[in-house]
Ligand binder design. Structure first.
Ligand code: TUI
Length: 311
C-alpha cells in the first residue's frame, strides 16, 4: 500500500509504532522497522546518552529506518535533539508540545520531522514551520492526550494541511487502518497493540491488563492539572482521581505518580503503577510478534479498501 508517507520515509507499510515512554525501546522499534513499519525509539525522559545507545542498539538489529520521538515536556529535549543529529537519525516525531525551535536545525540536516498534533491550529502551524507530515492524535490514545477524537480530528486536519496526515488514537486492527484512510490519513500510528507484542519488553502483568481490558476500562487522570493521561483503571488511577476531586495541588499529585509508569512497565506493578493504554485495548486479545501484527492488519485493511474500490 503505497502512500506519500511510505514513499517519503522508505517504509513498506504505512504503520508507525507510537513513541511510548519506557515501552518504545530498541527491541520493539527494531522489530517494527524490520517488519516493514516505522519503529520509533521514545526518548521520553531518558538522558540523551541513553537515547544514543538505544539508537545504536536498534541499528545492530535492523538496517531499516528507525525514528526517534522527542517528548517536548522533557527539559532534556535540546540535548536529545543534538544526539539525534549527531547519530544521523533520519526521522523524528515529537509529542506533548511545540517543536518549532528545533525545526530549522532538523530541516537543514535533512531530518524528516513529523510532530504529533492534537488540533487543526497546531497542524497548520507545523506545516508553516516546515514539518514533513503531522500525526493527528485523538483522545482515544493512551498516555498524554488532547481533547478531540480521532474521528473528528483526522478529517479536519486533512482538510487544513497539504502535508500528509498520520492518524493516531483508536487504531488497533485493519478496520482502524481502512477507516483512517477514509478520513484522509495516509498512514496510522499504533501504540497499545504494540505494547502487547512479543518483542515488547513490557512486564507480562501490564500486557495481561491490556489483553483482558474491556472497552470501558480506561480513564483519564490529570484533567485538573492540564496534563490529561489515559490509562487503564486501577488503584493508582482511582486514588489520583479521588485526590483531584478533593482539589489536591500539582505537587501532591505529582508525588503520587512519580516513577509510576516505570513501576508498571518494568516491575509489573499493576496496582500502584500507571498503565497507559488507549481505548482500543478492549480489541486486543493476543500476544503476537510485530510482524504478525503488521501483516494481519495490512491484509485486513487492504481487503477492506479493495472492496471499496470494487463498489
Ligand atoms: O506525548 C504524547 N503522549 C505521551 S507523552 C507521555 S510521557 C508523560 N509521562 C507522564 C506525564 C506526562 C507525560 C505519555 N504519553 N502524545 C503526543 C501528544 N502530543 N498528544 C498530545 C500532544 C500535543 C498537545 C499539545 C501536541 C502539541 C500540543 O501543542 C500545545 C502547544 O504547545 O501549543
Amino acid at each position: 500500500m503505497k502512500t506519500r508517507v511510505t514513499e517519503l520515509l522508505g517504509i513498506t507499510y504505512p504503520i508507525f509504532q507510537g513513541g511510548m515512554a519506557w515501552v518504545a525501546e530498541h527491541h520493539l522499534a527494531a522489530a517494527v522497522s524490520a517488519a516493514g513499519g516505522l519503529g520509533i525509539i521514545a526518548a521520553a525522559s531518558a538522558p540523551a546518552e541513553v537515547v544514543r545507545s538505544e539508537i545504536r542498539k536498534a541499528r545492530e538489529l535492523t538496517d531499516k529506518p528507525v525514528g526517534v520521538n522527542i517528548m517536548l515536556m522533557n527539559p532534556n529535549a535540546p540535548e536529545v535533539a543534538k544526539v539525534v543529529l549527531e547519530e544521523g537519525v533520519g526521522i523524528v516525531t515529537t509529542g506533548a508540545g511545540n517543536p518549532a525551535k528545533f525545526m530549522k536545525e532538523f530541516k537543514e540536516a535533512g531530518v524528516k520531522v513529523i510532530p504529533v498534533v492534537a488540533s487543526v491550529a497546531m497542524a497548520k502551524m507545523m506545516e508553516r514551520c516546515g514539518a514533513d507530515g503531522v500525526i493527528a492524535e485523538g483522545m482515544e490514545s493512551g498516555g498524554h492526550i488532547g481533547s478531540t477524537t480521532t474521528m473528528c480530528l483526522v478529517p479536519q486536519v486533512a482538510d487544513a494541511v497539504k502535508i500528509p496526515v498520520i492518524a493516531a488514537g483508536g487504531v488497533g486492527d485493519g478496520r482502524g487502518i481502512a477507516a483512517s484512510f477514509m478520513l484522509g490519513a495516509e498512514a496510522v500510528q499504533i501504540g497499545t497493540r504494540f505494547v502487547t507484542a512479543k518483542e515488547s519488553i513490557v512486564h507480562t502483568n501490564y500486557k495481561e491488563k491490556i489483553l483482558k481490558a474491556k472497552d470501558i476500562d480506561s480513564e483519564v487522570t490529570g484533567m485538573s492539572t492540564g496534563h490529561p493521561i489515559r490509562q487503564i483503571r486501577n488503584q493508582m488511577s482511582r486514588e489520583y482521581l479521588r485526590l483531584e476531586k478533593e482539589g489536591a495541588g500539582l505537587e501532591e499529585l505529582e508525588q503520587l505518580t512519580l516513577g509510576s509508569l516505570r513501576r508498571a512497565v518494568m516491575d509489573g506493578d499493576v496496582v500502584n503503577g500507571t498503565l497507559m493504554a488507549g481505548q482500543i485495548a478492549g480489541l486486543i486479545r493476543k500476544e503476537q510478534t510485530c510482524r504478525e501484527i503488521i501483516e494481519e492488519m495490512m491484509e485486513e485493511a487492504a481487503g477492506l479498501l479493495g472492496e471499496r474500490d470494487r463498489c
